[in-house]
Ligand binder design. Structure first.
Ligand code: GRF
Length: 234
């Protein structure tokens, strides 16, 4: 399991394909000298991914490994693996990385590979998540940071945040509300791992010394029952 050794910071390898706003949340968190992790390397499989520019000013090492330059997934992932190891990466963070990874890569990085997904997993795996959540009429949506397992958007859950779905939401407004929470929970999950407080036990994650919120939230707020008091999320 990934955790920092002897007070050294946990070295992150962040994999992106696009705008990199979750990468930015990790960059911002690691600007705090007390944060227990640092970004050793950012890899994009898309040469002109917007997220790469975010690494310039904080002077973070970047690499482009374009999947189109490789004959098959295996050789693409060999290069990914080699590059991550060469940089001494302890924990790989998928942050909007739009390539499916093979079982071999996932197994090699087992419990040292995490992902963020914009739904309350195991609901709404896959793509077009916000649109599907609005269509399904769920009252709450959210985001999940989880360890990666070979099946897509599967694996032990580390942190989740929930947001209400409002009656006038469309996919875009819901996505924006969830994204705000993604930017909170990715640095939180990485920080907990880096502090060595996170353990995978079977399909579950156990975390030392954390509180879970006492309060519950109901949507919609109603007059009947006990739902007419509204608490904020913790
Ligand atoms: C996020 O919504 C993330 O949950 C999903 O892909 C999106 C990436 O956004 N896996 P960004 O590139 O981090 O801004």
């Amino acid at each position: 399991m990934a955790e920092r050794k002897g007070g050294a910071k946990l070295k992150l390898g962040v994999l992106i394909s696009g705008r990199g706003s979750n990468l930015q949340s990790l960059i911002d968190a690691s600007a705090n000298p007390d944060y227990p992790a640092e970004i050793a390397l950012v890899i994009s499989n898309v040469p002109d991914a917007k997220g790469l520019a975010r690494c310039r000013q904080p002077n973070i090492a970047t690499a482009v490994i374009d999947h189109k330059d490789f004959d098959d997934r295996g050789s693409f992932e060999e290069e990914l693996d080699k590059t991550l190891r060469a940089q001494g990466v302890d924990l790989v963070c998928l942050a909007g990385f739009m390539r499916l990874l093979t079982d071999a890569f996932v197994k090699r990085w087992r419990d040292r590979l995490i992902n963020i997904h914009p739904s309350l997993l195991p609901a709404f795996k896959g793509l077009n998540v916000h649109e599907r959540a609005v269509e399904a009429g769920v009252r709450f949506a959210g985001c999940t940071v989880h360890y990666v397992r070979p099946a897509m958007d599967d694996g032990p859950i580390i942190v989740q945040a929930a947001v209400p779905v409002h009656p006038d939401d469309d996919a875009d407004t819901l996505a924006a509300r969830i994204l705000g929470q993604e930017h909170r929970i990715y640095p939180l999950a990485v920080g907990l791992i880096a502090e060595g407080r996170v353990r995978v036990v079977g399909k579950r994650v156990l975390i030392n010394n954390v509180r879970s919120p006492e309060r519950t939230l109901t949507n919609p707020i109603g007059r009947w029952g006990k739902t007419n008091r509204q608490f904020p999320f913790d």
